[in-house]
Design a binder for this molecule. Structure first.
Ligand SMILES: Nc1ncnc2c1ncn2[C@@H]1O[C@H](COP(=O)(O)OP(=O)(O)O)[C@@H](O)[C@H]1O
Ligand SMILES: [Mg+2]
Length: 414
């Protein structure tokens, strides 16, 4: 015998308290189309619109989930759709998987690899002298692996000035050459003599020389290769080949300089707000663990509101955060900070064992947490500010080609 309940009429505003996922009412139709929410309605998302409406505290987003659930696919389609609206994007690609997206947008990924033929001159990221001094010091610090002393810092400044007076575009080998053999005029500016100066700055000279002639030879040792456009609307830096090397740290210094130039431009009130920047780190666990890079992301997350940048970070699972060791706990603190500064959290399928930690760090309800083990590939729980949605991500035929990571160019039947 089955009892039939009488119908109950209620507004969606009230019903969402009882059925939080089925009658949430969506976020409105503005922004990029993501897919369908549980009620079958179109789910659209634009962090800037929602921020302006007061629904989000910041434009940052974090995407978490087991491997192979469609996290990267979401990011790629989001970029593809947002680029159509004139947004711009900067991507750190650890798995070398953004090539198809780049091809569709008509740009080339910048694949850094020793002997790979792509050269980036870190000093050309900013043309101004003061910015180049900062960059050069950051690069030398990373190359040495320790803080610079006063003499080294001053010598780098003078060496850069000297090279700038001679060359249109200073490069690292030119700086190293000046440090090895400083001219008398430079030494006297530093109140010392050339022999002594060369001795005092030998550590920095050797470190720069090794950067140019050691295992990373060919990446940072000359003018930027022709055809590389750092002002393109999509800039993808492919770190796959160098992901475990000090190159990542150097690159970070360049990326920071490049980014601050871009941010200064986008923050300019007269600039076009449509050109707002999306800063992506896919598989960012690797990136966060890198000395300096995690901090870079941390400061970007903090600056997001000021500059209107959307930082989008993809993490595999939060259990990684409990990794042992100094580097592990440092990275864990950074990742926890990123989560705290991201008002949008997109959570894909998680194994049972990950649920308690995920729930605690992301502040999920018991119902939300339970749901995570039942999500199918392409489905995610979206926590947008204080609201929740279960969204089935939609990919068009073209987008499938941009996002398939397990089947080459296979196109699934719908
Ligand atoms: N929206 C989706 N619906 C169904 N399957 C998807 C969807 N997005 C991606 N996939 C499939 O999942 C595979 C892995 O996707 P990927 O984005 O690389 O996962 P992740 O980044 O989470 O490891 C893709 O090759 C694709 O076939
Ligand atoms: Mg991925």
């Amino acid at each position: 015998m089955s009892a039939v309940r009488p119908a109950h009429r209620v507004t969606t505003r009230h019903a969402q308290a009882i059925y939080p996922f089925t009658t949430g009412g969506g976020l409105g139709g503005r922004g990029a189309f993501i897919g369908r929410d549980a009620s079958g309605g179109a789910f659209c998302f634009d962090p800037w619109v929602l921020y302006d409406d007061g629904l989000l505290d910041d434009p940052n987003a974090i995407v978490i989930g087991k491997l192979g659930q469609g996290k990267s696919a979401l990011v790629k389609t989001l970029l593809w759709r947002m680029l159509l609206f004139g947004r711009r994007a900067f991507v750190l690609d650890v798995k070398s998987e953004y090539g198809p997206l780049c091809a569709s947008v008509g740009v080339r990924p910048i694949a850094l690899a020793p002997g790979g033929g792509v050269r980036l001159n870190p000093l050309s990221a900013r043309p101004e002298e003061h910015a180049q001094i900062e960059l050069l010091r950051a690069i030398a610090t990373t190359a040495i692996g320790q803080r610079l002393d006063q003499t080294e810092a001053a010598a780098l400044r003078e060496a850069l000035r000297l090279v700038r007076s001679r060359e249109a575009e200073p490069t690292l080998p030119q700086i190293a050459a000046v440090l090895f053999d400083p001219p008398g005029e430079m030494a006297s500016r530093l109140q010392t003599d050339p022999g002594r100066l060369a001795g005092d700055t030998r550590r920095a000279a050797l470190a720069l020389q090794d950067l140019c002639e050691g295992p990373l030879k060919g990446i940072f040792d000359g003018p930027t290769s022709p055809g590389i456009d750092l002002d393109a609307r999509l800039v993808v830096i492919d770190l796959h080949a160098v992901r475990d090397s000090p190159a990542v740290g150097i690159l970070m210094a360049c990326a920071t300089a490049w980014m601050s130039a871009q941010l200064a431009h986008t923050a300019d009130p007269s600039s076009d707000a449509r050109g707002r920047l999306i800063n992506v780190a896919d598989e960012s666990w690797k990136i966060i663990q890198h000395g300096g890079l995690g901090e870079w992301f941390q400061s970007n997350f903090k600056l997001a509101r000021q500059f209107g940048v959307m930082n989008l970070v993809v993490l595999h699972k939060l259990g990684d955060l409990q990794a042992a060791g100094d580097a592990g706990s440092r990275a864990a603190r950074i990742a926890e900070g990123l989560i705290a500064d991201a008002s949008t959290r997109v959570i894909y399928h998680q194994d049972e064992s990950q649920i308690p930690l995920t729930r605690e760090l992301l502040g999920l309800s018991a119902t939300e947490a339970r749901m995570l083990t039942r999500l199918a590939p392409g489905q995610a729980l979206w926590r947008v500010g204080s609201r929740s949605f279960v969204v089935q991500h939609y990919r068009s035929r073209i987008e499938r080609r941009l996002t398939d990571t397990d089947g080459g160019m296979r196109i699934d039947a719908r």
